[in-house]
Ligand binder design. Structure first.
Ligand code: NAD
Length: 281
């Protein structure tokens, strides 16, 4: 008989950025499949709220844990807490990430008009804001992997990185986020090879467009709540014609961490309503 996701039961799964919209949904999906879940976030109140919601809805073991994915010593402390409360880690989901308005150029293109005022172009971007977003999305995956992967050596396990549409072709205006997510695809392949002899599989999910706090300002007008021209452009380039719902990522996650995919490593799966396949014509 074909087996499903039974092997996920009892696995200790850590989600960084677990307090966010996507992390919350993935945590709920894992708990419904019988996993124990650690919601790691630097917003501890939010992490605790999410863990409580998971416990109440699923009866699974779930805890909120404080860590900053850019601080190795805090990550080490968080690992001790997870090990003490839930046991050794079997699955790591590197979900912390995102973009911010001050790492976003105002203009898509440099034009004749920009020459009189370059502040809306790459030349006007604050380099510290740029570095912060690059680090959050790239180093914020490297560091948790360095700290948490040790647990996976004993019995094998899975690492899931969260990539983005920007990784395949950069979107305009968000250069740091795009470059970091492209780095995530490369790192996923590198890690898959590096850990291949110790039964650790490394794959990534590349979500298409899901409305969350980090991108709402780009997709909807703050005052009127109507789609921005960018939001409209995204929808017209998504063959399915809508934004994704966070729970639509769960099936891909469960597949990638279950034995159903036990010979699959080093891949990036788009979950995007067809955005990445569409040329626009
Ligand atoms: P979100 O903003 O809702 O959640 C991000 C979470 O990460 C927050 O709870 C925040 O507190 C936490 N966080 C931020 N910096 C942290 C740090 N230094 N240490 C620990 N925690 C930190 O975002 P989301 O939409 O749920 O995004 C989750 C992941 O999915 C991100 O990697 C994002 O880039 C990626 N993604 C999102 C979309 C989308 O459409 N929303 C699309 C593609 C990829």
């Amino acid at each position: 008989m074909l087996k499903g996701f039974e092997d996920i039961k009892g696995k200790v799964c850590v989600i960084t950025g677990g307090g966010g919209i996507i992390g919350t949904s993935l945590g709920m999906g894992l708990a419904e499949a019988g996993a124990k879940v650690a919601i790691v976030d630097f917003n501890l109140d939010r992490a605790n709220e999410v863990a409580k919601e998971i416990r109440e809805k699923t009866n699974a073991e779930a805890i909120g844990v404080f860590a900053n994915v850019l601080d190795k010593s805090l990550l080490i402390e968080s690992k001790k807490e997870i090990n003490y409360t839930l046991g050794k880690i079997n699955v790591l989901i590197n979900g912390a990430g995102g973009n911010s308005p001050n790492a976003t150029t105002k203009e898509e293109f440099v034009t004749e008009k920009s020459m009189s005022d370059l502040s809306g172009t790459l030349l006007g971007l604050d380099i510290e804001a740029f570095r912060k977003i690059f680090d959050l999305n790239f180093m914020g995956t490297v560091l948790p992997t360095m700290v948490y992967a040790e647990d996976l050596f004993e019995k094998g396990g899975c690492i899931i990185n969260i990539s983005s549409m920007n990784a395949f072709r950069p979107l305009t205006k968000i250069p740091a986020y795009s470059a970091a997510k492209a780095g995530i695809n490369n790192l996923t392949e590198w890690l898959a090879v590096h850990f291949s002899k110790v039964n650790i599989r490394v794959n990534a999910i590349a979500p298409g467009f899901f409305v969350t706090d980090q991108n709402r300002f780009l997709l909807y007008d703050k005052e009127t709540g109507v789609l921005t021209p960018r939001g409209e452009k995204i929808l017209s380039n998504t063959p399915m014609g809508r934004f994704g719902e966070p729970d639509e990522l769960i099936g891909t996650l469960l597949y990638l961490i279950s034995d159903l995919s036990k010979f699959v490593t080093g891949i990036v799966i788009p979950v995007d309503g067809g955005f990445n396949s569409y040329s626009g014509v």
